[in-house]
Design a protein around this ligand. Structure first.
Ligand SMILES: Cc1ncc(COP(=O)(O)O)c(C=O)c1O
Length: 427
């Protein structure tokens, strides 16, 4: 094992070290190699260490026409960003994370490491904590790409439990999965608002979820909670958690490591920017431990994408620093919330729809799902396309409706088409 990895491992408490995969254990940030030597040469009169091209005046080299396309200092876009991410952005994201989750208070958090958005963040977390053949506990309704990320790329196994139980989060199902095997490592993925259902749990459910994870940790399990907060902040009903469940898990137990995976993709409507973050917290993790985890994480980033887009990171940091940032966000939130409430109005105005489809619990996010009471989801989807010019996603016997992308004025037609299509298919 590389001595740098050994050094990082030496500061990790046993429950965290035991929870790492083989890759996670051998991961380190190569601070002593090219990057370390380049860091030592920074600011020198002649610095021939930088792996990019510079102009004669020392500015990053760039094509004139490309530079002219955007209004940002080329130095904030053309050179590489660090593998850890742009320092100012990491700090800004951490302070925003505290603002958005006030109950974190002064809880120790790692400095967020920037990833190539959430997909990459999830994959980096998979590399850190899952060996081939190991299990990832997820509800049965999950973002389909988890299969490619965790099963295909990391060889892990998705162990599912039914997401819903009597109209709410199935805490008993999660508990049964956690206790299905003798004590050992348990990697759990939580995603609120959920894709595909648009469900976020209530405060009581969040407390109960925390409770069963703590129970597993008390029983001797090393618990890693991967928290996919892709749709964080998009909550449209009262009685639903508004802060991330990360806040509760961050200090829940010394054998529980909370891993927050989030980013600008959906929170800031910047899907193509590819900027996400990984942040750690645990009651067994002080600053040294959190820094060791961040270094390992940056090592995995370095070995996969090297570093995330500098341009995207700089644009986001400029937006976060703008005085109107909060107002810009509120404006877009209002559009999505408006569509959600329109959807509720339409469903309430058409009790007959309940004869043909049943909406699943939904209170947040981009999506809602309905279960057709007759007919097969895929056949209904195809019929909706061909006869009603309406596109939905068929998944797990359900139809997923992305209300996030439907103009408010079309929402009534969407449900009318769905109702008619189910009738056609089952007549
Ligand atoms: C639950 C969930 N997690 C993660 C992602 C991936 O986000 P990103 O585009 O930042 O990789 C998505 C995207 O659809 C998602 O629905």
């Amino acid at each position: 094992m590389n001595p740098l990895a050994e050094k990082l491992n030496s500061v990790l408490p046993a429950p965290i070290l035991d929870a790492l995969s083989k890759k996670g254990r051998t991961a380190f940030f190569p601070s002593a190699g090219i990057l370390g030597q380049a860091a030592q040469a920074r600011g020198r009169q002649i610095n021939a260490t930088i792996g990019i091209a510079l102009e004669e005046d020392g500015a990053p080299m760039r094509l004139q026409g490309l530079d002219a396309l955007f209004q940002i200092d080329g130095r904030e876009a053309f050179p590489y960003a660090p593998s850890f991410g742009k320092p100012g952005l990491r700090d800004r994201w951490q302070s925003m994370l505290r603002e958005k989750n006030p109950s974190l208070g002064k809880t120790a958090l790692s400095r967020p490491v920037v990833t190539g958005a959430l997909t990459h963040g999830l994959s980096v977390a998979g590399a850190m904590f899952l060996d081939p053949g190991e299990s990832l506990i997820v509800p049965d309704l999950f973002w389909g790409n988890y299969r490619l990320i965790f099963e295909h790329a990391h060889g892990a196994r998705l162990d599912t439990y039914p997401l819903f139980d009597e109209g709410g989060f199935n805490v008993a199902g999660l508990r049964a999965r956690l206790f299905a095997e003798p004590p050992g490592k348990r990697v759990v993925l939580l995603n609120f608002p959920n894709n595909p259902t648009g469900y976020t749990c209530s405060p009581a459910e969040a407390k109960a979820i925390c409770g069963v994870l703590v129970e597993a940790a008390d029983a001797g399990c090393e618990v890693v909670a991967l928290i996919d907060d892709a749709y964080f902040g998009l909550v449209y009903e009262d009685g639903v958690i508004e802060e991330s469940i990360f806040t509760q898990l961050a200090t829940a137990h010394e054998r529980l490591l909370a891993v927050k995976i989030d980013g600008a993709t959906k929170e800031d409507y910047a899907w193509g920017f590819r900027v996400g973050f990984i942040t750690y917290a645990s009651s067994s993790a002080d600053e040294t431990v959190l820094d060791a985890l961040a270094q390992k994480t940056a090592g995995v980033v370095r070995g996969s994408i090297s570093n995330a887009s500098h341009l995207s990171q700089s644009l986001l940091l400029a937006a976060y620093d703008a005085p109107d940032y909060g107002a810009w966000k509120a404006e877009k939130y209002a559009v999505l919330a408006g569509r959600y409430h329109r959807m509720r109005e339409v469903l309430a105005a058409h009790p007959e729809y309940a004869e043909r489809f049943q909406p699943l619990p939904c209170n947040s996010g981009y999506f809602m799902c309905v279960r057709p009471l007759a007919g097969e989801a895929e056949a209904i989807r195809r019929h909706l396309l061909s006869k009603y010019d309406t596109g939905l996603i068929a998944t797990a016997g359900l139809l997923r409706i992305a209300f996030s992308s439907v103009p408010t004025a079309s929402i009534a037609d969407l449900f009318a088409n769905l109702y008619a299509a189910i009738g056609d298919v089952t007549d």
